[in-house]
Design a protein around this ligand. Sequence first.
Ligand SMILES: [Zn+2]
Length: 95
Amino acid sequence: MSIGSWFSRFGRKGNDSDPVSMVPCGEVRESGSDYIDGDCEEQVQSQIMQHLGLCTDCDGWLKSLAMTVGLLRETPEIEVPESTMERIRGIQRPE
Ligand SMILES: [Zn+2]
């Protein structure tokens, strides 16, 4: 997908089809991680919630973001065996 079509899909213009004045997808994506953390202002939080109810694109995007964030937080420190580290180093710098 080209940048141009990405913008026309998620851009700030062209909300003609939306009866309510909805925050643009771009803003939802900018505030996505804050929304998950509950760091948004109350107004923003409810605007995003409203947006998610109407926009399946952002709804799916936010769910996968929330999952990624959740996974990152829940993943405990994994002990990496030295042999694996060696292999990783080998991949980075093949000698
Ligand atoms: Zn959206």
